[in-house]
Design a protein around this ligand. Structure first.
Ligand code: A1D88
Length: 689
């Protein structure tokens, strides 16, 4: 059942009923169109439209976007609603997004429940509103708010919807309220299409373009939306709708929309694997060890999800620092309006800081976020296994260290897994769930259940140096350093990657996070590094000079007192000196060369990661790169992007690079197989096909 209808005297009640979120697929559109005709034939005096369950309507069924549009088309349905003799009232019981909001705008009146939201998030799926949103919204809320709502895609809460004029009222029971509207009032309300469009305001539009261009870095939908809004302002309603529809259809079948849909559905498909045979442990209290930036962020994220946290530090001084770190996060969240005073008090109550492991005795889960050293980790795990119940699950947040080695020191290694959070842990959505050789299904299931509770995107990873994300990152940095010594500069590399769609390039990012962790890793890797592999020591030289990044005033760049980034001739000198001592004859790399090498290096590494079974699927690698490492979402993640290039083309380009350096550019067997079989990486699987 997609749309239900019944009448009570002369009032029609129509309900969209397409679980779980009332997406507007073909059957819903047909049901609504039938309801329009039914209401007219029955000579009803009004129709009250609402959604069954938690949503009003979550928008067009995005799963249909992979095929050709199917009749009846949503704009036609909305025209029928808007021009019907029977006035429709939208009783917005839950989220009204995209096409859902557009349906509401085609109704004569809109009444929204206090907890509901309404918005046009189409640009986040790489399209623009395609059923009148760009034409009706400016007529309802004015140009400035319409530009903001459509270009950001952020939904409005009920109070803001009322303030902007998008809805007529906020009522606890919108259906009852719609029933109570006097007939004379309803008769006075003109259909949205008859409202005058706001006047074109060139400066508002220019400002919106500038804001979007600065933020969206290569993403086209929001800019196209502005074009369409502007175009529609001085055109007849029907003409404005036609232009909108044409652009919507063009974007819908385009590369960016396909990529963004892929990320949308991959994020929702990220769940515990089917083969897990155990239920998760019931967790109410968690011990977090280490109250630095990461540990404090993890503790705060846990408290946000209603868990009680014992944050353990080594001594009173450490505990005081941890207390400060937690307090800072709470204050910042309060300042940003993410929590209110009561929420802040709640978080403070939930997080207890101590230097006594026995205080964590009631926890069934521990997350260690201590100093990144094997000795430290093993000592922490020994103390946890003494203090916590014998079946407690013990997780490490290590970024690189061998989880099996940590687990081996415990009597029961099956309880150990990796829960790799990303900084800031309370904001970043990715959670790598690392499975050691002996990790039990129960431990993994608990990790996935925790991710769900924290509203994070969980990705299962196997044990290797850096797991999925940091291993790809290491290769990215290695390829960048090779470019540097061979002829490029940090700013040229950074600019090329920003142009590709990253918020910042690898060198600016390193300066922000600090150079010391990667340095410590390289020292750890010294013993096992392939002697045939080229090693570029420029970063080591910077660290030796105390240039640890922005926090020390210098790293790959120098920073002014106000934090402005400045290119530093000392870095150029170091690069040239290292090139000379390595006997490199430097050459010039274009932005395209740089981007190509860095992206190909990551793709090749990711394919090795797939091949070794460290990642389960190409989609998981896409999630890691988008949600943990800033890979442009509108490119769909690293391996979705690779599939747009095609395995054969990638192999061809890697082949050329491997002539320069066969060790660094050894082509992954997965790529060779996909190129050979003309197979997408997204479809590659380890199982026999
Ligand atoms: C011309 C018109 C164009 C358009 O309208 S374009 C579409 C515009 N609409 C959107 O972008 C809204 C997208 N959806 C959402 O933002 C969220 O979802 C909600 C806020 C509606 C609900 O969030 P939550 O409660 O966290 O549920 P969940 O896990 O996101 O979704 C539940 C299931 O519903 C599917 N789903 C959600 N929206 C759509 C959609 N628009 N088309 C098709 N499926 C959708 C998901 O995939 C998932 O499915 P599974 O349970 O199988 O994982």
């Amino acid at each position: 059942m997609s749309v239900t209808k019944h009448r009570d005297k002369d009032i029609g009640f129509v309900e969209i009923d397409n679980p779980p979120v009332n997406a507007i697929g073909q059957a819903v559109r047909q049901g609504l169109l039938d309801a329009v005709r039914w209401a007219e034939q029955e000579r009803l005096t009004r129709v009250i439209l609402t959604g069954h369950g938690r949503a009003f309507a979550a928008g067009a069924d995005a799963r249909e976007f992979d095929g050709a549009p199917i009749e009846p088309h949503l704009p036609d349905v909305l025209n029928a609603i808007e021009t019907s003799d029977v006035p429709w009232v939208a009783a917005i019981n839950g989220v009204a997004l995209g096409g859902g909001a557009e349906i509401a705008m085609a109704c004569r009146m809109r009444i929204i429940a206090p907890g509901a939201q309404i918005g046009l998030p189409e640009v986040t799926l790489g399209v623009i509103p395609g059923a009148g949103g760009t034409v009706r919204l400016p007529r309802l809320v004015g140009l400035s708010d319409a530009l903001e709502i459509i270009t950001t895609g952020k939904p409005l809460v009920a109070a803001d919807a009322l303030r902007t004029g998008l809805v007529h009222a906020v009522e606890d029971d919108p259906v009852d309220a719609a029933l109570a509207i006097p007939g004379e009032t309803l008769a006075c309300i003109v259909p949205t299409r008859e409202l005058p469009a706001p006047k074109t305001d060139i400066s508002l539009i220019a400002a919106a373009r500038e804001k979007v261009a600065a933020k969206s870095r290569g993403q086209v939908a929001a800019l196209r939306a502005i074009d369409v809004i502007e175009h529609g302002l001085d055109k007849p309603f029907g003409q404005a709708l036609s232009m909108e529809r044409a652009v919507f259809l063009e974007l819908r079948s385009g590369e960016q929309a396909r990529a963004l849909r892929h990320v949308f559905f991959a994020e929702r498909a990220a769940k515990a694997p089917d083969w897990l045979r155990s239920d998760p442990a019931e967790i109410a209290r968690v011990a977090v060890v280490g109250g630095g930036t990461m540990g404090a962020g993890i503790a705060y994220a846990l408290s946000n999800a209603g868990l009680t946290v014992t944050l353990v530090e080594t001594d009173a001084e450490g505990a005081a620092r941890a207390t400060d770190n937690v307090a800072r996060i709470i204050e910042t969240s309060l300042g940003r309006g993410l929590i209110d005073r009561a929420g802040a008090d709640d978080r403070r109550r939930r997080i207890g800081v101590t230097d006594d492991y026995s205080a964590a005795g009631g926890a069934r889960l521990a997350i260690e976020a201590a100093f990144e050293s094997m000795d430290v980790k093993r000592a922490v795990f020994a103390r946890l296994s003494e203090a916590l119940p014998s079946d407690a699950i013990l997780a490490t947040n290590t970024s690189y260290l061998d989880i099996d080695e940590i687990a081996a020191s415990l009597p029961d290694p099956t309880r150990v897994l990796g829960l790799h959070f990303f900084a800031p842990a309370h904001i970043m959505k990715l959670l790598e769930i690392v499975r050691g050789a002996k990790t039990s299904d129960a431990a993994l299931a608990t990790g996935f259940a925790l991710a769900k509770r924290l509203r994070k995107v969980p990705v299962l990873a196997g044990v290797c140096d850096g797991f999925i994300g940091n291993r790809i990152l290491s290769r990215y940095r290695e390829a960048a350093d090779t470019l540097l010594i061979d002829g490029s500069t940090p700013s040229a590399v950074d600019a090329a990657m920003v142009e590709f769609g990253y918020a910042m390039g690898p060198y600016e990012a390193q300066d922000l996070s600090g150079l010391e962790i990667a340095h410590a890793n390289r020292r750890r890797q010294d013993a096992t590094r392939d002697p045939q592999r080229r090693y570029v020591p420029i970063a080591d030289r910077l660290v030796a000079l105390g240039r640890l990044g922005k926090k020390t005033g210098a790293g790959w760049y120098r920073y002014s007192d106000t934090g402005t980034r400045i290119e530093d001739p000392i870095v150029t000198d170091i690069v040239l000196a290292e090139a000379r001592s390595a006997g490199v004859s430097r050459t010039v790399f274009s932005a395209e060369d740089i981007r190509d090498r860095l992206v190909l290096a990551m793709i090749n590494e990711a394919c090795d990661i797939l091949h070794e079974g460290i990642a389960q699927s190409a989609a998981d690698i896409d999630l890691v790169t988008v949600f943990g490492y800033g890979f442009p979402r509108w490119r769909g993640g690293l391996l979705h992007h690779a599939d747009t290039l095609g395995a054969a083309e990638i192999v061809r380009r890697l082949g050329a690079l491997s002539l320069e350096d066969p060790v660094a550019w050894k082509i992954s067997p997965v790529l060779l197989e996909c190129a050979n079989d003309n197979l997408e990486l997204a479809k590659w699987t380890r199982a026999p096909r």
